[in-house]
Design a protein around this ligand. Sequence first.
Ligand code: GLN
Length: 310
Amino acid sequence: QFDITELDLPDILGTIHEEVRARFGEGKVANYIDALAHVPLDQFGMALVTREGHVFEVGDSREAFSIQSISKVHTLTMALDAVGDALWERVDREPSGDPFNSLIQLEYEKGIPRNPFINAGALVVADVILSNYDKPEEALLKFMRARSGSEDVGGDEVVAKSERESGYRNIATANFIRSYGNIKNDVDAVLDLYFLQCSLRMNCVELARSVSYLAGKGRCNVSGEQVVSWQLATRINSLMMTAGTYDAAGDFAFYVGLPAKSGVGGGIVAVVPHVMSLCVWYPGLDDQGNSILGRFALHRFAQMTGLSVF
Ligand code: GLN
């Protein structure tokens, strides 16, 4: 068991902040929608929530941003809660090695996405939520608010609308999966839920809190609820490790060594099982669509603290 009381966390966060600031401007913001294309590259936030619920934060950690694919962790949790292992008949658990929005493997694998964290997998997960929750959109918001401890969490209508207007590839993916029968609901309803989850706005502190259950044997330290079993928390972490950062998952395992999930808004959540959950945010992305300085910050954090699942 790692004793984090030996670490000077404020000092470590301060050092990371300085190092990141010296590199402001690196990477490219996601430009497929206007709302993301103009986010300035001089913002960085980082927050961590210890198992005991203590928060350490630095920089723009209270600035809300578009969480995008980070939401795939939360929707996966909701789907597993509803249908359990039956989910694995519809989504696989292998890293894809392809970009997050790739369609190529879907044809070979007859509409079964490689994992729940690429877009194809998240669309099937959204379909499962639609089939199993009475009011899926409300259920998603309720889940996010309870996990983050913030009633302010909500969708950004402008983002959701432009996701839809520019969503040719997601629309194609959903229809392609539907053609194999692995989406059961109306494709537009599935896409609406998916675009809503992508459009949620949260800050680093809220996001770090929102995955505290993955660091706490399934128990959320915001609400005190047992969200999932210990075993399930472990399994979700394993999927984040192998697929949470898409075709850079190997690189993340190598340089960071922690389960992580990224989004094209520049946020990345990470988990140190039994110890803490974290979130970093910097809007500039690398070629795989992961925050370039967010990855660097997590790498430096792992290096300076020695925290790693390996
Ligand atoms: N809205 C983005 C998409 O569907 C989310 C992708 C991401 O964050 N990696 O393409």
